[in-house]
Design a protein. Structure first.
Length: 323
């Protein structure tokens, strides 16, 4: 039993699957499945695929009304290994929504596979999910990776240039070596298990994979198994980066292997490491991003990117069960 809240101000009609997605009930694809299963009704009648609705309609999911709510939620969660990025439980797996047990319906922004860890965003804003995750928007995601044998310059060069996986070639990306067997990588796409597949193609196996940044949002100050709500300053910066983004599928032309000329993410990028072994410029971050990161750090944080912070901001961080 759940009572979920719709959080969009809407005058014109939109498709029922988009309505449910923006209400935080589920993704558009899951909404289509629920409609096919007869679990969605509009004004007492079973919804039809592609049907358009407005706020004047009475919409129910599993006989529970979908109500309007003005609160927008975006959570930053430091996902441990073993947690599944799904809203539907299968077998004896622990899903991220079960683990968090958040009072409003939220769902993951993209995926982070079961054996990976690190930053996972959860929200009740369907359009926000699409704007962040659409590959055509070229938004950055940064990872710390440890592999099973020493990394060399040739590995960094080939990873950066693009690797054949899943019947395509990955986009050129930024890679920098951080240790004998470790590196950081910044992607602007999200193919299924992309980094693991890229490494395997080059003869390496991933031992540890941790996502440490999505656009301007980082793990700084969030312990493993904990989450917090986005701050007002982070919202401001994120909205700025999303200004030219679309929630619809985008196809760009004139780009080799999808290498965009759009550098908006560079304003939110982090310096991925020290030394001269990588291809990521040493000055890869600007003063505004340094200010954003400084504001979200916690003195009590842990992990590769945590640093001492003498300031203190409101404690939005919560410990959840299992941590």
């Amino acid at each position: 039993m759940y009572k979920k809240l719709y959080n969009r101000t809407m005058d014109e009609k939109i498709r029922i699957n988009k309505y449910l997605s923006e209400a935080g009930i589920c993704s558009r694809r899951e909404a289509d499945r629920m409609i096919e299963e007869g679990r969605i009704t509009v004004n007492g009648k079973k919804a039809e695929s592609g049907q358009k609705v407005s706020l004047e309609d009475e919409i129910c999911a599993d006989n529970i009304p979908v109500h309007k709510n003005e609160k927008k939620v975006l959570l930053l969660f430091n996902k441990p290994r073993g947690i599944v990025c799904s809203t539907k439980q299968q077998f004896d797996e622990t899903t991220v929504t079960d683990y968090l047990d958040y009072p409003l319906r939220v769902y993951p922004v993209g995926r982070l596979d079961k054996e990976s860890q690190g930053l996972l965003l959860l929200t009740n804003e369907g359009d926000l999910v699409n704007k962040i995750m659409r590959a055509g928007n070229y938004h950055e995601k940064e990872y710390f990776v440890t592999v099973n044998k020493p990394v060399d310059r040739e590995f960094v060069r080939r990873m950066s240039k693009g690797v054949p996986v899943l019947d395509t070639v990955t986009r050129p990306c930024r890679v920098v070596q951080t240790g004998e067997c470790s590196f950081r990588i910044i992607l602007t796409q999200g193919l299924n298990r992309q980094i693991r597949r890229m490494c395997r193609y080059l003869g390496y196996e991933v031992q540890k994979l941790k996502r440490i940044r999505i656009m301007n949002l980082t793990l700084d100050g969030i312990r493993e198994g904990e989450y917090r709500e986005i701050t007002a300053q982070e919202w401001e910066e994120l909205n700025h980066l999303l200004e030219s983004s679309t929630s619809e599928t985008v196809i760009r032309t004139g780009e080799q292997n999808g290498n965009s000329s759009d550098h908006a993410n560079e304003r939110a990028g982090a310096k991925a490491g020290q030394g001269s072994k990588g291809v990521l410029p040493a000055g890869y971050r600007d003063h505004k991003q340094q200010r954003v990161r400084s504001d979200v750090r916690r003195a009590s944080g842990s992990g590769e990117r945590d640093r001492h912070c003498s300031g203190k901001q409101p404690n939005h961080k919560r410990r959840v069960r299992g941590s």
